[in-house]
Design a protein. Structure first.
Length: 289
């Protein structure tokens, strides 16, 4: 297998070069997933950087990112492949007196095949990162499909035969842990639990992602977000929302996150009215109204 990273330290440095600050645990997992040729399952609350990790691996290695967004009702046709039925019908109509056997062989050929993310990733001959995002949102049946593909990195299409990967993709699965994934799927993966970063690490993330922000403001933001996450909220602020907050303050020309500024911009990081009300009460903020 092509070496994506030479060591955990190399993985950490190359991720940092694309502004993804990985701690030792993340860097080691990213390296081992490549070295062992195993999928990496990143699990944790929404907004901790799981999807961004896959994007960063792709950017750091110059690979193409192929994303399968999971959702309830996702089926094989949307995840793997399907046939272009409209085009097939037109071909049948145009066949005229041609024998059905010949027409059949025609319409079930590459020309009529529609690749979906899983098949596309399997067939790529250049470096590819396959992101299977929010796996826990898909139906259990989809896990069976993933087991087959992630075990052998091949797909069997009855009309065309077995298509095996000539170059294994780097696979990242993410889960928000809204349901338990099967043990069979987990056995095939390396497991990485991601949680919200420490205030110090989040400060560094803000400094890396938001050019021109003062270190003191980044520090205030990180510590305020950590305080908000400690409250009993419907939805804790994500790292991306912390970064949005930093951009908001710069757009407003603020250099200090005082109580009035915090209250007036809470909508950037808290998207439920009840969460905003709780924050105002618990933090003793002035009402924004």
């Amino acid at each position: 297998m092509t070496s994506w990273f030479t060591s955990p330290a190399d993985a950490g440095e190359r991720l940092a070069a694309v502004d993804y600050l990985a701690d030792d645990g993340i860097a080691t997992s990213v390296f081992l997933a490549a070295a062992l040729g195993k999928p990496l399952l990143a699990e944790g609350p929404a907004g901790v950087g799981k999807t961004q990790l896959a994007k960063a691996v792709a950017e750091a290695t110059g690979a193409e990112l192929i994303r399968l967004q999971c959702y309830e009702g996702l089926d094989e046709a949307r995840a793997l492949y399907e046939w272009n039925y409209k085009k097939q019908l037109l071909r049948i109509q145009a066949a005229g007196e041609q024998a059905w056997e010949e027409t059949h062989d025609d319409i079930f050929s590459e020309e009529f095949l529609l690749e979906r993310p899983l098949l596309k990733a399997i067939r790529r001959t250049t470096p590819t990162v396959l992101l299977i995002d929010e796996t826990d949102k898909a139906d259990v049946e989809v896990e069976g499909l993933l087991l087959e593909i992630l075990s052998d990195y091949q797909v069997t299409i009855p009309e065309l035969g077995t298509i095996a990967a000539t170059r294994k993709p780097y696979v990242v699965l993410t889960s928000n842990a809204t349901r338990e994934l099967s043990e069979a799927l987990k056995r095939r993966c390396l497991y990485l639990h991601l949680d919200y970063p420490s205030p110090e690490r989040e400060r560094d993330i803000v400094l890396a992602q938001v050019p021109g922000i003062e270190a003191s403001l980044a520090e205030q933001l990180a510590r305020t977000v950590a305080t908000l996450r400690a409250l009993e909220l419907k939805k804790s602020p994500s790292i991306a929302e912390t970064i949005d907050w930093a951009h908001t303050l710069i757009a407003l020309g603020r250099t200090d996150l005082d109580e009035a500024t915090t209250a007036g911009t809470l909508g950037v990081v808290l998207k439920h009215a009840s969460d905003q009300a709780r924050a105002v009460k618990e933090l003793g903020l002035p009402s924004a109204r």
